[in-house]
Design a protein around this ligand. Sequence first.
Ligand code: HEC
Ligand code: HEC
Ligand code: HEC
Ligand code: HEC
Ligand code: HEC
Length: 227
Amino acid sequence: MDRFYFPAWINKLVPLIGLGVALGGGYAGALLYYAGNPRTTDVGYAPSQPVPFSHAIHAGKLKMDCRYCHTSVEKAAFAAIPATKTCVNCHSGQAADGSTKYTAIHSLSPKLEPVRTSFSSGKSVPWVKVHDLPDYAYFNHSAHVTRGVSCVSCHGRIDKMEVVRQQEPLSMGWCLECHRAPEKHLRPPEFVTKLDWVAPEDPVVYGAKLRKEYNINPSTDCSTCHR
Ligand code: HEC
Ligand code: HEC
Ligand code: HEC
Ligand code: HEC
Ligand code: HEC
């Protein structure tokens, strides 16, 4: 029986294939380098908003829970920006239907003009997005929040910010750093929105216990975040 041979001209291609693999590896390496490099990210980005909404007042001073406004954060991939009627619960004395179920806090403030306009027109306030991953990267809020990773690990002390600014690079290297060693970022899930929470003992030791108890194993497979 004849054995199958590649034709002899294939031999000439071998070095070329080797070169291609080397270049391809370099190319992927360069992409990985740039993906993980903080210079390609937007730390500190803090666009001004159509309404000077302050988290320092609402989440800090008034101690409103994040989930009062970001209602989907535990259930969905995204953390919804609140609809105007959420603001109007407190900021309007004069509902369109004349009812008085609304509280009148600063109801005539000029700062709230875009909120009043939005409420009467039905068009949402044009909030400017602060955090924005490229579309090829998949992120999911509920997968983190329900496992005990707090907002503070990724967004910083929002409850002290007059204007929201991006605190962390949101780069691939940053995601992976925590996926490889999540311990110091873990807490019991009921405290995820309590940004000033402190661990009862060394955070890494405490986190390691939680990790075991809840069986937390963040994946580093490419397909987890690139699907
Ligand atoms: C009274 C409602 C309200 C509460 C309570 C609230 N937020 Fe917000 N949040 C908003 C609004 C409105 C925006 C959009 C305007 C802005 O960026 O300031 C926003 C924006 C954000 C953003 C930026 C979104 C983007 O575009 O990337 C983050 C992050 C955020 N909030 C986190 C939190 C956290 C964490 C808490 C709890 C500590 C919280 N918020 C509590 C209303 C609220
Ligand atoms: C649970 C009630 C409540 C909700 C809901 C609420 N606020 Fe407020 N807001 C307040 C209170 C109370 C103050 C005044 C705090 C102070 O003066 O220290 C305030 C103050 C403000 C101010 C400052 C007004 C001025 O003239 O100084 C703005 C702007 C504002 N809120 C915007 C919003 C927006 C936008 C939303 C919806 C995303 C919202 N608020 C939702 C209670 C609320
Ligand atoms: C593990 C990191 C991480 C945690 C924990 C986290 N976020 Fe985010 N958040 C992000 C990233 C990344 C984005 C940008 C998502 C995108 O562009 O697809 C984001 C975006 C947002 C936005 C803008 C709307 C959206 O979904 O794109 C809001 C509002 C927000 N986060 C609020 C919160 C609140 C409130 C908590 C805590 C209950 C929280 N986040 C916890 C990483 C996190
Ligand atoms: C501060 C720590 C931390 C950071 C930062 C972080 N993650 Fe996670 N991630 C976790 C933990 C913990 C889990 C839950 C693992 C489990 O349930 O076993 C998780 C789970 C996930 C899941 C769900 C995986 C699944 O199997 O469904 C995705 C997707 C994900 N992370 C993407 C990201 C992306 C993208 C980023 C960066 C933008 C990021 N994560 C940043 C800690 C983190
Ligand atoms: C935990 C989530 C996560 C995992 C796991 C992950 N990535 Fe990423 N990756 C990201 C995020 C987030 C970005 C976007 C970073 C940015 O915006 O700077 C990214 C960006 C990239 C880019 C950058 C493209 C560019 O334009 O710079 C490449 C290439 C890439 N990832 C490949 C991979 C490969 C290959 C793997 C598996 C070895 C992998 N990723 C695993 C989250 C992840």
